[in-house]
Design a protein around this ligand. Structure first.
Ligand code: GLY
Ligand code: MN
Ligand code: MN
Length: 537
């Protein structure tokens, strides 16, 4: 971080502590403004960044999923409504009112829309949000020849998942279509094509022939590449083609792809990976709620319960404490189901005497926890379950122990992998470390925040990051080991705050050691008293 930015950050934190915003646990307009200013600092000269709101996702027929706002737009503005565009400029722009460096295009209020779907913020009220310009989204469609004057146009790849809403000529579909036309965004740009475009853009005389070979190889796999005019032009340059011709071709390609899909995700990761005091506060709350869910289930669980009922207890607790949603589909898997990493069917009607893996997180004011506990349905680990649990526990302990400012993410993973390998070898389940991935096929750490897998550079730990540490062992039925280990899936996942004074395990209150779990499972549950009537049919 540059010196100037560091000073700004310190002044900002002092100011929010001073004004008592910390205690309110709300992201203020000032903080959103600060975040946009930080992004602006990072933008290249004469550059601009573009963000679109998330699409409304259809569930079936005329029913949609609850709206989930785009996390970057939320991070930068707090805006939670669909059909919006945010533009952030490096250098001031001018209109009749004077200079501005950012614009948000939004829907205006609409009585009919509000009758069905509730309040729309609208332009007049959005003017109070501290964004330089809030404009009607219709004006976005009037923007012609605006974007070519910028030296860098930073955006996220379009995902082609937006529906054209009937009777709304200014919907997200229209906004994106217009913008794509303006910047010559190829209709079928996909990740492979974009990667090749980037390579062409950066090609050197030495790399020229091998890049042509790579494009030919990809063209055989992907008809879209084969038909791509830009790439075909590039292939048409002869081997002994002059440097001049190569430069002209590259310049042509550059002009055609007058945008950059690589930088913006990196910049947003840079901003979002370290949390502000208010973000830490909100995450602590999401985690504390999730911990209560785990504890209440430990008290209430018995072998006759279904996976769905267990899920319901967690999610009831979340709502009880004001969490609007879950941060990701809840995972409750008993026995073999616990070996499916993102199992979310949760359909087993009786968990019986199996281990139950519960990976759930409350989403509180947009921020999500990610906590996993694995517990025996009858309150007692069997010897085999306990031996495997101990391996995961020791791996998690070892990985958490190295988590401090400066530790590379890769070290956390390596420490956990080494411990699990050692443990599995000691139990005779694998013969060498090269077999580890059969039973632990995932990474063991990631950021949490507005996304459960929050973006970041994933290089070294820095103060005010909140990461998970989540080793596991999964031994599905039929695995090449003693059948006594079969149908056991274990993951232990905690949410760890990194500070200059050391780490804080924010989910530590959910019992984690096998003995502590067994003790908690002896406790009385209020749910024992809650008797619901039998279904009549
Ligand atoms: N709940 C998904 C994960 O642990 O990463
Ligand atoms: Mn996780
Ligand atoms: Mn998880």
């Amino acid at each position: 971080m540059e010196y100037k930015q560091k000073i700004k950050r310190v002044v900002f934190f002092l100011s929010i502590c001073w004004t008592g915003v910390w205690a309110q646990s709300e992201i203020t307009f000032e903080e959103y403004r600060f975040r946009r200013d930080q992004l602006r600092e990072l933008l290249p000269e004469n550059g601009m960044a573009v963000f679109f709101s998330a699409p409304i996702r259809n569930r079936s027929n005329d029913t949609n999923y609850n709206y989930h706002p785009d996390r970057n737009m939320l991070y930068l503005t707090g805006w939670e409504e669909p059909h919006a565009v945010l533009l952030i400029y490096k250098n001031p722009q001018q209109d009749a009112q004077g200079n501005y460096s950012e614009e948000l295009f939004v829907r205006d209020r609409d009585a009919y829309e509000e009758l069905w779907n509730g309040t729309v913020v609208g332009i007049a009220r959005a003017q109070e949000w501290g964004i330089d310009r809030v404009r009607n989204r219709k004006e976005f469609l009037d923007r012609k020849d605006h974007y070519t004057s910028f030296d860098a146009l930073l955006l996220y790849e379009f995902q082609n998942d937006v529906r054209d809403k009937a009777n709304d000529p200014f919907d997200l579909y229209a906004l994106q279509k217009h913008f794509r036309q303006q910047i010559n965004y190829p209709n079928e740009l996909n990740a492979i094509r974009y990667d090749l475009y980037q390579k062409v853009r950066q090609v050197t005389a030495e790399g020229f022939v091998s890049l042509q070979a790579e494009i030919r190889r990809m063209a055989r796999l992907d008809p879209g590449i084969e038909k791509d005019a830009l790439l075909q032009n590039f292939l048409a340059i002869p081997k002994d083609g002059s440097q001049e011709e190569l430069k002209m071709q590259s310049a042509y390609l550059l002009r055609q792809t007058h945008f950059d899909l690589e930088q913006l995700p990196k910049l947003m990761g840079q901003l979002r990976e370290q949390k502000s005091p208010t973000e830490i506060d909100l995450l602590k709350k999401a985690i504390a709620i999730s911990v209560i869910g785990q504890i209440e289930v430990m008290k209430a669980l018995h072998p006759e319960m279904s996976e769905r009922e267990i899920q319901g207890i967690h999610e009831f607790v979340y709502k009880k404490y004001g969490a609007a949603d879950v941060g990701y589909p809840s995972i409750v898997g008993a026995g073999n189901n616990g070996c499916v990493l993102h199992y979310s069917h949760n359909e087993l009607e009786q968990v019986n005497n199996q281990l139950v893996l519960m990976d759930l997180g409350a989403e509180y004011k947009g921020y999500t926890a990610d906590v996993t506990r694995t517990i025996p349905a009858n309150g007692r680990f069997t010897a085999a379950q306990r031996e495997l649990y101990e391996v995961v526990y020791q791996a998690q302990e070892a990985a958490i122990a190295v988590a401090q400012v400066g530790t590379p993410f890769s070290e956390i993973t390596q420490v956990a992998y080494a411990e699990v390998s050692k443990g599995l070898m000691a139990l005779g389940i694998i013969e060498g470390a090269d077999e580890l991935r059969r039973y632990l096929p995932h990474g063991v750490t990631h950021h949490i925040g507005l996304d459960v897998h929050d973006p970041g550079a994933y290089e070294q730990l820095k103060p005010n990051m909140i990461i998970t540490v989540e080793p596991g062992i999964y031994i599905p039925k039929g695995s090449p080991c003693d059948p006594k280990w079969w149908e056991i899936g274990i993951r232990i996942e905690d949410d760890i705050l990194i500070t200059t004074k050391g780490l804080v395990n924010l989910s530590a209150k959910a019992p984690r050691h096998w003995k502590a779990i067994e003790v908690m499972m002896q406790e009385d549950s209020v749910l024992r008293e809650w008797k619901l009537p039998e279904l009549e049919n």
